[in-house]
Design a protein around this ligand. Structure first.
Ligand SMILES: [Cu+2]
Ligand SMILES: [Zn+2]
Length: 173
C-alpha cells in the first residue's frame, strides 16, 4: 500500500512537471448570419488562467462575451451552447464583483474596423484548464452577443442574440 502511494505520487509529480504551461483554444463560428470570426486562447501559469481574444467581423460595440455551459455550437442561433456557465450557482453579474457567474467575462470594445480585443487574467480562482469540475473551462463554450451585457438583468445581462460561438478545447503543444 505504501509503495503504491509512493509510485502514484511520483507519477503525478512527473505528469505535472512535464506540462509547464497549460493551454486551451477556441475558434469562433459565426451565428445568426453574422460575420464574426476569430480565435481565443487560454493559458494557465502559476494557477491563474489568462484569456486572450481577437475577434473580427463585429458590429458596433461594446458586445458581450461569456462562457456558456455546453460545448456545443451546432445550432444556427448558438442556443445549443446553453446558458451562462454558473458552477457556483450565483446570480448573473459583473466579473470580479460577487455575485457573478464564472462565465461572466463582460463586454469587449469594438474598434471602427469591427475588431474587438480582450485580455483578462482570472484573479478570482474561477477558471482552470483541466482542473476541478467547478473550474475546468475545457468542454465549455464562448458566446459573443450582438449587444452589450448590462451586468444586472437576470439571467444573462440582456445581451441580445448570439453572433458567435466557440467550443473550448485543450491545446496540445
Ligand atoms: Cu452569453
Ligand atoms: Zn451570467
Amino acid at each position: 500500500m505504501k509503495i503504491q502511494l509512493i509510485l502514484l505520487c511520483t507519477f503525478v509529480f512527473v505528469a505535472c512537471s512535464t506540462s509547464s504551461a497549460k493551454k486551451a483554444i477556441a475558434s469562433i463560428e459565426s451565428k445568426n448570419g453574422s460575420s464574426a470570426s476569430g480565435t481565443i486562447v487560454f493559458s494557465e501559469e502559476k494557477g491563474a488562467v489568462k484569456i486572450k481574444a481577437t475577434i473580427s467581423g463585429l458590429g458596433e460595440g461594446p458586445v458581450a462575451i461569456h462562457l456558456h455551459s455546453v460545448g456545443d455550437c451546432s445550432s444556427d442561433d448558438g442556443k445549443s451552447a446553453g446558458g451562462h456557465w454558473n458552477p457556483t450557482k450565483e446570480d448573473h453579474g459583473e466579473w470580479g464583483k460577487a455575485p457573478f457567474h464564472s462565465g461572466d467575462i463582460g463586454n469587449i470594445n469594438v474598434d471602427p474596423n469591427g475588431i474587438g480585443k480582450l485580455t483578462l487574467v482570472d484573479q478570482h480562482g474561477r477558471w482552470s484548464i483541466g482542473g476541478t469540475t467547478e473550474t475546468d473551462i475545457i468542454g465549455k463554450s464562448i458566446i459573443i452577443h450582438a449587444g452589450m451585457d448590462d451586468m444586472a438583468s437576470q439571467p444573462s445581462g440582456a445581451a441580445g442574440m448570439r453572433i458567435g460561438c466557440a467550443v473550448i478545447k485543450k491545446a496540445t503543444d
